[in-house]
Structure formats: C-alpha cells, structure tokens
Design a protein around this ligand. Structure first.
Ligand code: FES
Ligand code: FES
Length: 193
C-alpha cells in the first residue's frame, strides 16, 4: 500500500511552478514554468545558457557562483531567482566587456593568482564590484571582499596583491576621465539672473 505523497502531505503541489522576468546583463529574460525554488545559479546556467558563474559547493562557501546584484557581489547559489523582481543581475559574461575587468584579470595573472582558474570568474566579479565602489580599497576592504573566495591553488595573498595592482592602474584612468569631463562639460554656475 502506498502512502500519501509529499505533495499531498503539504496539501497541494510539491513542485509549484511560476513564470517571471529576470533582468540579466541589461536584458529582460523570460523564465517560464520554473520551480519557484530554483536558485539563481541554476537559472543562469541551465535556463539562460550563461555558464560563467561556476557551480562549486552550492552552499554559499566557495564563491565560484558569484554574480553582481545591483552592483553588489552575491552568491547566486543562495538566492531564489523568482524573488528578484526587477533587480539588475550582472554576470562575468557581461563584465568581460569592460576594460576595467581586463585590468583585474591581467593583475591576477601577474600576481600569480591564476592556476586551475576555477575560482577566477567569481573572484573577478567580486573585485570589480569592490573597485567600482572604492577606488583605492584598504587591505581590510580587499580581504573582506575576497573573504568568500577560498582559492585552493594560490591562496589569498596573490589575490590581495592583484587587487592592489588593479586599483593602482584604475585610479589614474579615472582621474584622466574626470579631467576630460571637466574640459567638455558646460559651466554649471551663473543660473537665471
Ligand atoms: S556554489 Fe555558490 S558559494 Fe559555492
Ligand atoms: S586558481 Fe585554482 S582554485 Fe583558485
């Protein structure tokens, strides 16, 4: 004799589905008939064909699944995709188009922080989020940003060095951009008299 199923015990469908729109890399992407509990990492990789965020521990520990959510680095394996509404998700596939990302990638290589490479997309995503927020981060800020990215190959120190290198390169570029803007921007003083 078979007993009641899991769904019956809950008094309904054990795998309820829903359809929703996710904003990913600047585009609205429709997700149809998906289980409401699917995490963001699964949706990105298996439904949207974006494999840049890696599936490591599935428990928020390894950092390989990191994406940016409204500019903040988060573990995609811990977030139910259906709950995100119109929040902006950015993955390494889109970050790869930015020259600042190339700076970070080059700095990681120069500092000897890239070996097997499995942790690298997550590290780059977190470092780009940090440098977008803080142009010249302190060592504490760097280590805090890298805290969720245990690198089994190189350890933390080369990564910290890499962030310093990337930050040093980025600051002169931002200063130059600001100077250019000041040259071409119209005067802001002297309103209606
Ligand atoms: S797979 Fe998300 S933190 Fe490890
Ligand atoms: S380079 Fe291998 S885990 Fe980081």
């Amino acid at each position: 004799m078979s007993g009641p199923g899991f769904g019956d015990a809950l008094g309904g469908d054990a795998t309820p589905t829903t359809s929703y729109v996710l904003r990913v890399n600047g585009e609205a992407r429709l997700i149809e008939n998906a289980w409401i509990g699917e995490n963001l990492l699964y949706v990105l990789r298996e439904r949207l064909g974006l494999p840049g965020a890696k599936d490591g521990c599935g428990q928020g520990v390894c950092g390989t699944c990191t994406v940016q959510l409204d500019g903040v680095a988060v573990a995609a394996c811990l977030i139910a995709a259906a709950t995100l509404g119109d929040r902006e998700i950015r993955t390494i596939e889109d970050l790869d188009n930015d020259p600042e990302t190339a700076d970070v990638q080059r700095a990681l290589i120069e500092a000897g922080a890239v070996q097997c490479g499995f942790c690298v997309p997550g590290v780059v995503t977190s470092v780009c989020a940090l440098l977008a927020r803080v142009a010249e981060p302190s060592e504490v800020e760097i280590r805090r940003a890298l805290d969720g990215h245990p690198c089994r190959c190189a350890g933390p120190h080369p990564m910290v060095d890499a962030v310093r290198i990337a930050a040093r390169r980025r600051v002169p570029r931002q200063t130059h951009s600001t100077m250019m803007f000041n040259v071409i921007a119209p005067p802001t003083s002297g309103g209606a008299e």
